[in-house]
Ligand binder design. Structure first.
Ligand code: NAP
Length: 283
């Protein structure tokens, strides 16, 4: 019988909350205040509002202070930049989260890049990404860093493995490749213009699916014994980017959807916010 491990992000995130909570208490004792995260929500996209509410709820559960700064749809780039400046200057704020996407008329990259590197707990700045790529200190983007933390928790070795990341977005695919490379994997990035994806799936030891298309990859195309990370989540279809039918017969380990990558993203945002206060020592 095949043995197949479920990389249970939900269970790990739940277990890790106690550890994060202890760190929050220690910071409060040592520096006289709790870590704090400022979230910026622009416009009225219901999905974004839900994501911010979920992040706030998780933070509150472990004692991280949160504040949400809501701006209406007509907010300009300049107005958003000036709010980010205020939050950058506030010594009692450790992390700034600008919820993506902002309305199209706003220069999102310019706003991301205005976030002070020391408060970029969502890992969205160009400088942070550059540092990460160079193997220097930076807050990793939360979803790929969450994936790396989950792999570590389950002792999945990346060194020397052939890792295929399907997707090259700024927040997920590209930083994922950098992190896997930093962990000494041999990396391949596939995207919409790549040829012979099936051939790549057949040889990769680790596959990260970050495509954004429901059931896009048929798990039967994966190499026997490989490790599958499915970062996709499609609530309407109740599935990820991989068709998991028969998965336990093929891979040695995989992330379920839901309950795999998603809970790790929120947990990692809290992890980074705490780390930010620990690094800055700002009471
Ligand atoms: P994205 O910005 O839409 O990027 C999708 C990537 O997939 C692009 O790089 C695109 O290539 C590539 N792609 C599209 N069609 C392809 C094809 N036929 N073959 C190979 N590659 C193809 O998406 P994202 O923000 O990275 O998100 C990806 C998935 O992860 C989504 O399902 C999203 O919901 C999920 N996600 C989950 C979390 C979480 O916390 N669980 C967080 C973030 C994202 P091009 O660059 O060539 O267009």
């Amino acid at each position: 019988m095949n043995s197949c491990v479920v990389l249970d992000g939900k269970a790990f995130a739940e277990k890790n909350k106690a550890e994060l909570s202890k760190k929050v208490s220690k910071l409060k004792n040592d520096l006289g205040r709790s870590p704090s995260l400022a979230a910026i929500l622009v416009g009225d996209d219901p999905a974004s509002a839900t994501y911010v509410a979920m992040k706030e709820k998780a933070c509150k559960e472990i004692g991280i202070k949160t504040s949400t700064h809501e701006k209406n749809e007509s907010c300009t780039t300049e107005e958003l930049l000036s709010l980010i400046d205020e939050l950058n200057a506030d010594k009692t704020i450790d992390g700034i989260l600008l919820q993506h996407p902002v309305p199209k008329h706003i220069d999102e990259i310019k706003c991301f890049n205005r976030i002070n590197l020391s408060k970029d707990v969502d890992g969205v700045t160009t400088e942070g990404f550059g540092n990460l790529s160079m193997g220097l200190s930076a807050f990793g983007s939360c979803t790929p860093l969450g994936i790396m933390r989950l792999l570590k928790e389950y002792n999945v070795v990346c060194e020397g493995k052939l890792a295929l990341v399907v997707g090259r977005s700024q927040i997920l695919g590209k930083p994922m490749v950098s992190m896997l490379l930093n962990a000494n994997a041999t990396t391949i990035t596939a995207h919409s213009k790549s040829k012979d994806l099936d051939g790549l799936l057949a040889i990769a030891d680790i596959v990260v699916a970050a495509v954004g298309i429901p059931n896009f990859i048929d798990c039967k195309k994966l190499k026997k014994g490989s490790v599958l990370i499915d970062a996709g989540y499609h609530p309407d279809e109740k599935c990820g980017d991989v068709d998991m039918n028969g998965i336990t017969e093929i891979v040695s380990a995989y992330t379920p959807v839901p309950g795999g990558v998603g809970p790790m993203t929120i947990n990692t945002l809290m992890y980074n916010t705490i780390l930010s206060m620990e690094k800055s020592n700002n009471g």
